[in-house]
Write a protein of this length. Structure first.
Lengths: 301, 301
């Protein structure tokens, strides 16, 4: 087995690490033609450099590389409009969470006081129909569900003014850990809402207290987690996208403070600012819990 | 558009490059559990580090990353037993050629005088039936085919002794640039042979002079080549695998010295030592060309 300290050990003898053609990678990058879009040339050139550096660093063998190719091909074959296994493979190695951080620092600046972002995940639906404020998004009530009155005010992050007409998409899984498109026993659009803030910036709805659940574990991403001796669980969370034509769409998740897996989310999405408290509520016959979640949005530059 | 020199230019103003969470990547790598196989932990840990470094270096956005995910998913969806688009994506960025170099330097040592290797490519078939020496592997003769008598002696790279009983798989495409499994007009196993050297180390067969051809251009690998302003052509070549239970299997290709694309092979497989001469032959009524190709194999340690 090869070592990473610049030597190889074969039958107990230490050999110098093989020297690979020092010009190979730059020749591959230089093959890019003059008419390539400069951003494409930059991104793919950097990807080639880093993937080649990785292969040389670990002395990657043909068999190991081919295992990776097979994993990627099987991820694609398993993906469809209800499942994105390629995305999930990236998620379990933290890549979606990293590009989420990068993108948002690019968009709004590193120190902007907007609500923090978190990854989209593979279960958002673009076609969720509109929901009236203070309606319930629970269409299929599970026996062990705890109804939560979730509400808040959406404000401009710079001026603190309440914002009218902001669209808020909210989605969550049921207490069995499945989103409605994964579960034939849930009604279509169960636990999905698309609200609009009123003139006071208010939005409100009835949803479930979220539960931890495993990411899909029967494909290449699940295999990779097993190979890495890691569990597939995510802490209890609710997904949110908030924005309008004037405000940068904010994609985020909020996490239940009392949930397991806050410290070891399988897709690395938790941020301290996004951990919230579900509190018992009195005098609301429709809900046993309340979650107050104000949101601050950055104006589109 | 972001720059790579540590600053971002927005509307002409130069902003400091955003600082990303310095602990994120090490936390992702540290999530690997204690029961993971050490080699898996090493390979995947290095891959995570390099992919994250790449994303930060180019300030990769969510949209750009998602384009990559879609490309990978489509590659898998297009792959089947006759086509490996995930492998082809790696090939056009030089990754298969690099892991081929790495693997062979690991196996036989950097300075060993065995015949040089080249990538397997996606068109090998394990089930090619045996061929007798001096038979033809042309089952479907194209009108513009030039028959070549290809032959040589296989030797031990250390002792120079001729080797009896070495299996030699040979495959090539027809003059239309298609391998038999890509082309319903070619007979099954057309232009594929599996020979065995005799007691003098001799092998010989009749095949076609190879032609340049484009790698499949209708999937993600073709898209990537177009995005990079690159052509899809490979120089004229013949694939070879030679080995036995005592000799490290050698996977290689030989390239016609007179072919186009020797300098800009779309999959970066050409090595100077593998460029050979097809010469006119007199007095052989079955062939107009001759290719002499001796092969040196390294003994399994």
């Amino acid at each position: 087995m090869s070592q990473t300290n610049g030597t190889n050990s074969v039958n107990g003898a230490t050999l110098p690490k093989p020297q690979y053609d020092p010009d190979f990678t730059s020749n591959v990058i230089k093959a890019t033609g003059p008419k390539a879009n400069p951003r494409v040339a930059q991104v793919v050139g950097s990807l080639i450099q880093h993937l080649h550096d990785f292969a040389r660093e670990v002395d990657l063998t043909v068999d190991e590389w081919m295992m990776g190719v097979n994993m990627i091909n099987r991820a694609g074959q398993m993906s469809n409009e209800r499942r994105n296994e390629g995305q999930l493979l990236c998620d379990v190695i933290g890549l979606e969470s990293l590009v989420d951080e990068i993108t948002n620092k690019q968009l709004v600046g590193a120190d902007y006081e907007a609500t923090k972002t978190a990854i989209l995940g593979p279960f958002f639906r673009h076609d969720t129909p509109p929901t009236k404020n203070d309606a319930s998004i629970i269409k299929t009530m599970p026996q062990d569900g705890e109804v939560t009155y979730m509400h808040g005010i959406v404000r401009d992050a710079a001026t603190n003014e309440p914002l009218n007409g902001i669209t808020i998409d909210i989605w969550q899984c049921s207490t069995n850990g499945l989103y409605e498109q994964q579960d034939p026993d849930q009604a279509e659009f169960n636990l999905r809402g698309k609200l609009t803030t009123d003139e006071n910036g208010y939005y409100g709805l009835y949803c479930l207290r979220p539960v931890p659940y495993p990411v899909p574990y029967d494909g290449p991403a699940g295999e990779l987690l097993q190979l890495l001796d890691r569990h597939p669980y995510r802490p209890a969370h609710i997904h949110i996208i908030a924005g309008s034509d004037k405000y940068t769409p904010l994609t985020t998740q909020i996490f239940d403070k009392s949930s397991k897996y806050l410290e070891d989310d399988s897709v690395f999405a938790v941020k301290d600012d996004l951990v919230v408290d579900f509190v018992p509520v009195q005098g609301n016959e429709k809900a046993s819990l309340e979650l107050t979640l104000d949101i601050k949005l950055a104006k589109i530059a």
